[in-house]
Design a protein around this ligand. Structure first.
Ligand code: AHR
Length: 340
């Protein structure tokens, strides 16, 4: 009796392994919006999404915007994978999408380098790849179809231009201005673009001294740690440029603990990026001087690309989402409608 039961289990396991091995389209992985081991409806478009992780409030909003459009009601079967900040997990996820023969691979690359091989595998399997948020540096542009995301360089430039104008308005344009920058994930498109954009404006101002640009990984904990360390090393900091809101929250904690105030009436001018609701409240409060928006709502544009591809329409090589900046002067008009 016991022997029979064991045999039944072994047989069941073997058939499951066979099905997976034969490339049958089953959803077999752990982090998905669907039940595991669910046979797919052949009429649905199967989309494999590899997200970087959940390091920030922005990222959570970005994930929701994608999960909200790739639904069964809209005609999709979504296989979602959270790479937990590791490129090797993203590569593993993409390989699993290829072996499951998805119709489209959609992913946000954590850094720009290191994608040629896996994207070549997707190309050889005939699966179109759509990038969102960040970009890749590859030797062959035909390895992906298009990209949807933000103009990061423009965001950085906006921060620089805002600072120049603010210093002018507050009568400080002739002073020496000591600046520190908290950067996000090293090698990511958002860091590269924001840094280049801000630096291009800083280069026009001899009196702006960038003391340091340090990696704080886009997280609150690291933002606090790096800010604390900087406060211990620099006597005078006039401006903190924090490349996302989560690092800003951490930096504010460190500054507060050191008895340093921020914002409109504060000791330090504070510039942030992303513009999530909790940060916009601090802009309204006057504790953050300016928040440069990075728009996480990219799901609809990505879905539209796929719809167009299904209809055989021409696809552009890149799609930018719209963004703006928030200051205490305009933020109250936008806060009530902010959903993230
Ligand atoms: O690439 C976009 C950045 O990644 C956002 O600014 C940040 O919050 C996120 O984690």
């Amino acid at each position: 009796m016991r022997h029979n039961r064991i045999m039944q289990c072994v047989l069941l396991l073997c058939s499951l392994l066979l099905l997976v091995g034969c490339g049958t389209r089953w959803d077999i992985h752990t982090e998905t919006t669907e039940d595991t081991l669910t046979p797919m409806d052949d009429n649905l478009i199967v989309v494999g999404v590899s997200q970087i992780g959940s390091e920030s409030v922005w990222r959570t909003a970005n994930t929701s915007s994608i999960q909200n459009v790739f639904t069964k009601e809209n005609g999709y079967f979504l296989i979602f994978d959270n790479a937990r900040q590791k490129q090797e997990n993203q590569i593993k996820a993409i390989r699993s999408f290829i072996s499951q023969q998805v119709d489209y691979i959609v992913f946000s690359p954590i850094t720009e380098d290191g994608w040629d091989t896996v994207l070549m595998e997707a190309k050889e399997a005939g699966i179109p790849v759509i990038l969102f948020d960040r970009q890749v540096k590859v030797s062959d542009r035909s390895l992906y179809t298009t990209w949807v995301g933000s103009n990061f360089e423009e965001e950085g430039r906006r921060a620089g231009l805002w600072l120049a104008e603010y210093l002018e308005q507050t009568g400080r344009s002739g002073e020496d201005i000591q600046i520190v920058v908290l950067q996000g994930t090293e090698g990511s498109t958002s860091v590269i673009g924001r840094t280049e954009g801000f630096d291009s404006v800083a280069a026009l101002h001899d009196n702006w001294k960038i003391l340091e640009q340090a990696d704080a990984e886009y997280t609150t904990a690291k933002g606090k740690e790096v800010m604390k360390d900087m406060l211990g090393r620099y006597e005078q900091i006039d401006v903190v440029v924090s490349q996302n809101d989560d690092m800003t929250f951490g930096a504010m904690e460190a500054l507060k603990e050191a008895g340093v105030s921020t914002g409109v009436d504060g000791d330090v001018i504070l510039l942030s990026f992303d513009a999530v609701k909790s940060a916009l409240k601090l802009v309204e409060d006057g504790q953050i001087n300016v928040d440069i928006e990075c728009n996480p709502n990219q799901g609809e544009s990505i879905e539209k690309v796929i719809r167009d591809m299904e209809a055989g329409e021409e696809i552009e090589s890149e799609y930018y989402v719209s963004e703006q900046i928030f200051t205490p002067e305009n933020v109250s008009d936008y806060l009530p409608d902010r959903t993230y």
